[in-house]
Design a protein around this ligand. Structure first.
Ligand SMILES: [Fe+2]
Length: 239
């Protein structure tokens, strides 16, 4: 294990813990300054997840051989560390709304249809080069109670662990050209425009599969100057 401490985040590339426009942060942000801790084995190591105990489900566009409703998409990318090296064999989990903007979860009361062929949760492991791939359905926008007429842009929630607790990342992938992005308090909590851009998947016709699915690239960087910003789970995603 490399015992070099992880780099601190670059100012402005992560959302402040208290972001008043994202109302629920007011209920959960620390009220005391954080105490910096030296990086010991506690921070530089973390849980290891094996595919034998945590089976991968990379195609979540089909349940029991029946296709979900919506626009089938392929999302692939690489997981990289702060030095641009691939993070191999690490677990990635995702969760998302269906094409109508509804989560398959009891707490979601949005007046939009559920889809019996879409559960909205997936798990993948990066290969030796840090690459991962999912097949899913493009999620729909949905309303939330943050403010009057608030709608979340299309997004996919991601959870990654990386090599240690210091690289734990909860984030969201957004879609290019979404008109809701400039209005979304969660996306816009990240002050730095370049860092926000790293949260948007890149449309890639090279990933698209002819006559079958469109494709997006979403590379994820754990820690460092080019780190993918944290995006807290929203009220549905926390479940
Ligand atoms: Fe969400």
């Amino acid at each position: 294990m490399d015992d070099k401490p992880f780099r601190p985040n670059v100012t402005g590339t992560q959302a402040p813990y208290d972001s008043p426009s994202y109302r629920s942060t007011g209920l959960r942000h620390p009220t005391q300054p954080l105490a910096p801790l030296p990086h010991t084995i506690t921070e530089t190591t973390g849980p290891r997840f094996s595919q034998s105990r945590f089976p991968a489900t990379i195609d979540i566009s089909v349940v029991g051989g029946r296709a979900a409703v919506g626009e089938r998409i392929i999302v692939e990318g690489r997981v990289l560390d702060e030095d641009g090296r691939p993070v191999p064999h690490t677990m990635i989990e995702l969760w998302q709304a269906n094409a109508a903007g509804r989560y398959a979860h009891p707490s979601d009361r949005h007046d939009a249809p559920l889809d019996g062929n879409f559960r909205g949760t997936g798990r993948a492991f990066t290969d030796a080069d840090g690459k991962y791939r999912f097949v899913t359905i493009k999620p729909g926008a949905y309303p939330w109670g943050n403010h009057f007429n608030a709608w979340r842009p299309n997004h996919i929630h991601y959870s990654l662990f990386g090599p240690g607790f210091a690289t734990r990342l909860i984030t969201q992938m957004y879609f290019p050209g979404d008109p809701l992005l400039p209005l979304d308090p969660i996306f816009n909590c990240v002050p730095d425009a370049g860092a926000r851009e790293r949260l948007i998947g890149v449309f890639d016709i090279g990933i698209a599969k002819p006559d079958w699915a469109l494709g997006y690239r979403f590379d994820i960087v754990l820690r460092g100057r080019g780190a993918t910003p944290v995006q807290a789970a929203d009220e549905h995603g926390e479940h």
